[in-house]
Design a protein around this ligand. Structure first.
Ligand code: ZN
Length: 355
């Protein structure tokens, strides 16, 4: 008998999704417990922005840009639609995609805004990533895939330090609320309906527990980096909250409803934004590590973050189930050539990877 994959009849998640169950109608528990996201609205966003406008200041707000679609759109809205004096901050991530780099240059030039490009003085990002990557292959666990991103988690310290130095009191991020992948929470036993700070504590506890199962992650040399990564993981983490309590930090798409069509058409037409066509996806190509993460999730779970993301878009009514399935069919291909390049950059043999 041929075993075909069981999929939720409402979204697109399969039986392989962590902790999934289906009711008698074949609808998954991710769907039945889902609460639609409600943005706070433009009025509230403008109220915040207006409270930071200041004629005497050179910059009224800082936006972190990666060259990806959502941070690009956030910048476009703030500068062009709302006329805010913006400073952009970009981390020169050693794994930035070439097209993302071009996008950054284009948007900064077209909008005529200043850019601070932050670079680590050491190769801490690369060496920490290499350590986590080799640790992962000793005991592949889907729960530990986020450890591949530790390098970028170090950046929030520099973001808030830069804002402080320049007297900037508002930082706007382009975080997409539909990207908070629920299956990763399940893997780290983080409750689904908790506030951000509880989520953060549970998330760290989950990662720490997993690290104890595979001690290759916790080499003494990398402990300070790990700790810094945990403390400054994102704008809601303890680090930015304590260290920069006087700076307001908001997510653009928590106020304005994320509309994929509008995002892509505006940034393409107005900022010459583009994506690597061979990927068939406009989502998350800005960092090349995403190809490796796709591989890791696919090998351990038979799914990627895209399954979760598109399932959410279906629940939100932003995509039909069939559209989502068609996208997954096309976009859930592994890009081994791009992964090979990362390994080459890390002086790891592709053979090492395949065994
Ligand atoms: Zn479902």
């Amino acid at each position: 008998m041929v075993h075909s994959t069981i999929r939720c009849t409402q979204c697109v998640l399969t039986e392989k999704t962590p902790n999934i169950s289906f009711n008698e109608d074949g609808v998954c528990n991710y769907c039945t417990s889902y609460e639609k996201f409600r943005p706070h609205g433009e009025r509230r966003l403008l109220r915040i922005i207006d409270s930071h406008r200041n004629k005497a200041k050179k910059y009224e707000c800082m936006v972190n840009i990666s060259g990806g679609r959502d941070s690009t759109y956030t910048l476009l809205k703030l500068r062009k639609d709302y006329g805010v004096k913006v400073l952009t901050f970009n981390y020169a991530n050693p794994f930035t995609d070439e097209q993302a780099e071009k996008n950054i240059n284009n948007m900064v030039r077209i909008l005529g805004i200043d850019l601070i490009k932050f670079k680590h003085t050491s190769s801490i990002h690369e060496s920490c990533f290499k350590n986590n990557l080799t640790a992962w292959f000793k005991n592949p666990s889907p729960a530990m895939v986020p450890m591949m991103c530790i390098g970028c988690k170090l950046i929030w310290k520099n973001v808030v330090e830069t804002a402080k130095k320049l007297g900037i009191s508002l930082i706007v991020s382009g975080g997409n609320p539909y990207e908070y992948t629920s299956f990763k929470k399940e893997l780290l036993t983080v409750s689904r309906d908790v506030d951000l700070s509880t989520y953060y504590v549970q998330y760290i506890r989950g990662l720490a527990k997993e690290s104890l199962k595979n001690l290759s992650y916790v080499k003494p040399h990398y402990l300070p980096t790990l700790l810094k990564g945990y403390l400054f993981a994102n704008q809601t983490a303890i680090g930015p909250r304590v260290f920069a309590s006087d700076i307001e930090k908001i997510d653009f798409f928590h106020y304005i409803k994320w509309n994929e069509k509008d995002v892509i058409s505006r940034i393409t037409n107005e900022l010459k934004w583009n994506y690597p066509k061979e990927l068939h996806s406009t989502w998350r190509f800005d960092c090349r590590i995403s190809h490796l993460k796709d591989y890791m999730y696919m090998k351990t779970l038979g799914m990627t973050e895209k399954d979760d993301f598109y399932a959410k878009m279906v629940r939100e009514g932003l995509l039909t189930r069939n559209q989502a399935l068609a996208r997954l069919e096309k976009e859930n291909q592994l890009h081994m050539d791009k992964i090979a390049k990362i390994l080459e950059q890390m002086s790891l043999s592709p053979k090492y990877f395949l065994t």
